[in-house]
Design a protein around this ligand. Sequence first.
Ligand code: ATP
Length: 306
Amino acid sequence: MIQLFIPLNFLGFVYREIRQSLANIERLFGLLEKPVKVEDRPGAPDLHVTAGTVRFENVRFRYHPDRPILEGVSLEIPAGQKVAVVGPSGAGKSTLSRLLFRFYDADRGRITIDGQDIREVTQDSLRRAIGVVPQDTVLFNESIAYNIAYGRPDATPEEIREAVRLAHLEDFVSRLPNGLDTVVGERGLKVSGGEKQRIAIARMLLKDPPILVFDEATSSLDSGSEKAILAALNEVASRRTTLVIAHRLSTVMDADNIVVLENGRVIEQGTHLQLLEQDGAYRRLWEHQHESGSPRGSSTARDFDP
Ligand code: ATP
């Protein structure tokens, strides 16, 4: 009886852990209310990332049949480069990251990583290859160290400290009563949105995925916090294929390519300077930011909202 009980108990534990991780990932994307429908093809091989080039090819997608969200979107994130997607609220920016993570399948077109259609590989291998820094990071009521090492429970204390340094969290940690051992939520410990995003960045540094999706928080941040996030983002994005879903111009200025999405279509793309020269939608957004009095590159409002 005891022999039977232990494995069952253990299986129950594993089941709860898996359910919890899935719930967390879904919550990261705000998808709990919508069931995940995509399935692995029988016998699907694992994704094999060689360089890390991501391509959206003529992708069309709608959540509901009567409301197009993406219409023929094509874009490439060459291996190791940083591509930012900007556009008004509701343009479909976050939908791109949900499709890349395969929470949904495109209705038409395809998404490939190093030439492999993401529908043809196991979801598990796909999700292992992509690290997501979501808009709103979920923290557990556990220590800061636990929260950082979540996803890499075997990380050594040295590795965690290095991730803290690179994610520009040292100041934050030094102000905590018990440093990295301080428990989130205990004795009123509050973690700001900016700190949460940097904790998520530290997680990604430990997870070390070849592809990164950074979904910038829409909430306003003070300029110190914004600078710290940008510096941390640059650490985690260097040498990785990075897709930035951006709400602030300051985040995109140094991107290798900026894609302007409007009504589910790519209307412009280029570097910050090229887009300014083009004198189109991006330039208007940029000028709007200046007219509204925000200093260059440090706006705290959602610059792309009408
Ligand atoms: P924001 O800048 O506000 O984050 P976004 O450009 O990232 O916006 P998406 O989140 O991709 O926009 O959403 C695009 C459109 O799809 C929006 O109109 C949104 O209401 C709709 N949408 C998003 N998620 C769902 C869903 N699960 N079911 C139905 N419609 C959805």
